[in-house]
Design a protein around this ligand. Structure first.
Ligand code: BJ8
Length: 423
């Protein structure tokens, strides 16, 4: 701990406020995660990571920089990590899931803005996140309006580069996005001083494909009934994947999956069979946003799948890096990414169809459509999703929530009634 404090101090972290942040987390983590009975033993690695989330990984990143490496921070799964990795860089996710930093962000951002954006910006304003402080370049993107305008303000505090993500998915848009990846590649080369070669990019693509495949296996195992891992634990694993080294992370997820496979074969569930199986669809839930999963599982349900960027959207597609020059590889990256259906795209019919399919694949009893408050793309798309699900007789509960606990009791009542209705 003493070493961590020196580390944080060297990064310019506001230690006093940071202490307040770390004060609450162990208690919450213990109550929600460690109190679960019969957890897979391989969760120990992820528990350890969560317990020292600003410690050992930050030290690794600092050491990486001391060896001449660079660190990039990103807010979206459309930022092509492979390119960063191919130039010897490390990439970490910077999206904020903490209520404590929201008020600070409201000094420069409007109140009626999504908490994910406010929490992320607030972390920088408050100097509370070592991942932001260690980053050499922060990468934003033009997904929703809130993000793209917030980046203009955030760029006054951090070196920031913005990728322009098209809003449609035609061949012309795909070509445009490939161009954006090329521009980004140039920027990455400029920051790292290293050339991205076809060979390097191919290797990087293999690293991230392995990561996606490991997570896909974790999700596939959640199709079992009883489900061998709680929704809370699965969510934690995915959330930590945004921070961890991708090679080590893949290995740890694969080890966890081995254990879950055995549990599934032995019909050993995280909960007894028969609980209502819930799909959560919508806005991402970034660390440490565990609010909805905790509510569902405390009220007698189990979350078996997330259709979000902290879920299936993150795992979408494979790149086939077997051959091809740099041009082909960039094309393969862009094509894979375009299979992910963020609500920022229009039209987005594939997403609606995908959610319907996931309901079958994961044998769910009901869907909770979750939007962060003021997240217009996901809130608006909720209507179409709900209509499609109801037409197929699948019950839906739509929820809008933030990172605070002011709505906890109301949510609890609604979730409880929904689950009872599924029984
Ligand atoms: S690909 S979901 S990570 S943009 S929650 S900031 S959309 S108002 S996070 Fe996202 Fe990329 Fe899409 Fe995924 Fe805006 Fe909504 Fe906030 Fe959001």
């Amino acid at each position: 701990m003493a070493d961590n404090r020196k580390l944080w101090e060297s990064l310019g972290i506001d230690l006093k406020k940071h202490d307040q942040l770390l004060e609450v987390l162990p208690q919450v983590f213990g109550d929600l995660f460690l109190s679960q009975e019969g957890r897979p033993s391989r969760m120990a690695y992820f528990d350890g990571f969560a317990g020292d989330v600003h410690g050992f990984r930050i030290r690794e990143l600092v050491e990486h920089k001391q060896r001449g490496g660079k660190v990039f921070g990103a807010f979206c799964i459309y930022v092509p990590e492979e390119v960063i990795y191919a130039a010897g860089g490390a990439c970490v996710g910077l999206c904020g899931g903490v209520d404590m930093t929201v008020a600070a962000a409201e000094r420069i951002l409007p109140r009626n803005l999504c908490p994910l954006i406010k929490s992320s910006v607030g972390f920088k304003l408050e100097r509370l996140c070592p991942y932001v402080e260690v980053a050499d370049l922060v990468v934003g993107e033009t997904t929703c309006d809130g993000k793209k305008k917030a980046w203009e303000l955030l760029s006054e505090y951090v070196p920031l580069y913005v990728m322009e993500l098209p809003q449609k998915k035609s061949e012309r848009d795909l070509g445009f996005w490939e161009g954006e990846i090329w521009e980004f590649l140039k920027k990455v080369q400029e920051v790292t001083g290293k050339e991205v070669t076809a060979e390097g990019l191919r290797e990087a693509m293999e690293v991230f494909d392995r990561k996606r495949q490991a997570l896909q296996r974790l999700f596939d195992l959640r199709r079992n009934d009883p489900v061998p891992i709680s929704g809370l634990d699965a969510l934690l694993v995915v959330q930590l994947g945004f921070l961890d080294d991708p090679v080590r992370f893949s290995q740890k997820v694969e080890e966890l999956c081995e254990e879950l496979q055995q549990r599934a074969e032995a019909k050993q569930g995280a909960f007894p069979k028969g609980r209502p199986r819930i799909l959560v669809a919508g806005s991402p839930m970034v660390l440490p946003n565990w609010k909805l999963h905790a509510l569902v599982e405390k009220q007698g349900g189990v979350v078996v799948c997330e259709e979000s960027c902290t879920g299936t959207r993150l795992l979408t597609g494979r790149t086939d890096p077997s051959d091809g020059d740099l041009k082909e590889l960039i094309k393969a990256i862009a094509r894979r990414q375009f299979k992910a259906n963020c609500a920022c795209f229009t039209p987005n019919e594939e997403r609606v169809q995908q959610i319907v399919q996931l309901c079958q694949d994961y044998r769910v009893h009901g869907v909770i459509y979750y939007s962060l408050v003021f997240c217009q793309p996901f809130i608006l798309e909720g209507y179409k999703v709900e209509r499609a699900l109801r037409a197929r007789g699948i019950p839906v509960l739509r929820i809008e929530s933030d990172y605070g606990d002011g709505d906890l009791e109301a949510l609890k009542t609604r979730v409880k009634a929904f689950l009872e209705g599924l029984a």
